[in-house]
Design a protein around this ligand. Structure first.
Ligand SMILES: CC[C@H](C(=O)O)C(=O)SCCNC(=O)CCNC(=O)[C@H](O)C(C)(C)COP(=O)(O)OP(=O)(O)OC[C@H]1O[C@@H](n2cnc3c(N)ncnc32)[C@H](O)[C@@H]1OP(=O)(O)O
Length: 298
């Protein structure tokens, strides 16, 4: 399938690809994009912060649609990241989905109505997820149930991934006729290297928790037969014990260390290129055919 994508690109003359690529290199007007995205309703992003433990929980809340992201939810996620950037007592963040599923990517009802809006949506998501990734706290994605497409991309914006034994994760974008739109190619190469990134992205393989852990994508598998809430508590314990177990008077020093670890690698150029490649495929014939096929990534 990845060959198809490459052929698709090579079919356009270099000039056409370059000029179209450059056309989306402009600085996006994020406020205007947010206004447009808010026209696509559904679901919510809910944030609770515990000043005692310094651990916040951000919930992707659209369970009837396997926590897929609507335009409105993309804006709410950005607003919650704003709040976390200002949270002085923050030590850690758990990103999870409602009712035992993480996230099944973009809300397909939104996707079908936003085929003209790929470059702008990608620019908005890159901005949010880069800020989430660079928060001065340790973030963990709690992967329960399905983590697919954009959902898998969200998980790579966190420092670590903790998965329930029955969870499944897959970067299924190429099966949908597109490349990654929320920055995962850049982050996977940085996280696991080019070979693993290419393997996950070109195969669109749906990995079990064991496989994802073996590949180094998942950092910890929760014990079996826990309820959804018990898995959240176990994840809080894992995060607290391993990364938030220090006195608050050390908080500023730890935050400075985290920020330095994040800034040591400038990924802005790669993200710009990723956004513009994505814009070449978004709304194209392959994506339209995949959407019409109503593919289930079980
Ligand atoms: C830039 C990111 C990129 C993009 O936005 O294009 C992507 O994220 S590409 C990937 C897009 N996501 C998908 O293609 C997922 C499609 N859904 C599935 O594969 C399955 O629903 C699955 C595996 C997530 C869950 O399967 P299961 O059998 O457990 O449940 P159902 O299929 O019955 O789903 C329950 C209910 O949820 C609706 N649903 C699931 N995923 C989405 C979604 N992404 N957008 C909108 N709605 C979704 C599904 O339609 C069912 O609703 P119902 O009203 O009962 O039909």
């Amino acid at each position: 399938m990845i060959t198809w994508i490459l052929k698709g690109v090579s079919r356009c003359t270099p000039h056409k690809v370059t000029s179209r690529l450059l056309s989306t290199f402009h600085q996006p007007d994020l406020k205007a994009i947010a206004k447009e995205l808010e026209n696509f309703p559904g679901g919510s992003i809910d944030l609770t912060k515990d000043n005692e433990t310094g651990i916040a929980v951000m919930v992707i809340n659209n369970p009837d649609k396997r926590n897929s992201l609507s335009g409105k939810m993309m804006v709410e996620m950005s607003e919650k990241v704003d709040q976390l950037e200002q949270w002085a007592q923050g030590k850690g963040l758990i990103l999870m989905g409602k009712d035992g599923s993480f996230c099944s990517g973009g809300d397909l009802a939104f996707v079908k109505k936003a085929l003209h809006y790929g470059a702008e949506m990608a620019a908005f998501q890159h901005h949010t997820l880069t800020r989430l990734h660079n928060l001065p706290l340790i973030s963990v994605a709690l992967l329960q149930g399905h983590t697919l497409g954009g959902g898998a991309e969200l998980s790579t914006a966190c420092d670590f991934r903790v998965m329930s034994t029955s969870g499944k994760i897959g970067f299924v974008q190429v099966k949908m006729g597109i490349t990654t739109g929320w920055g995962a190619t850049t982050r996977l190469v940085s996280l696991l290297g080019r070979k693993k990134a290419l393997q996950f992205l070109s195969s669109a393989k749906i990995m079990s928790a064991q496989e994802a852990h073996q590949e180094g994508l998942v950092d910890h598998i929760l014990q079996n037969s826990l309820s959804h809430n018990e898995e959240l508590e176990a994840c809080k314990q894992w995060l607290g014990l391993n990364y938030c177990n220090y006195d608050s008077n050390l908080l500023q020093a730890v935050k400075a260390l985290i920020v330095h670890c994040d800034s040591s690698k400038d990924t802005s150029k790669s993200l710009k290129y990723e956004r513009d490649v994505f814009a070449q495929f978004w709304g194209g014939p392959a994506q339209k055919a995949a959407l019409a096929a109503k593919i289930k990534h079980n």
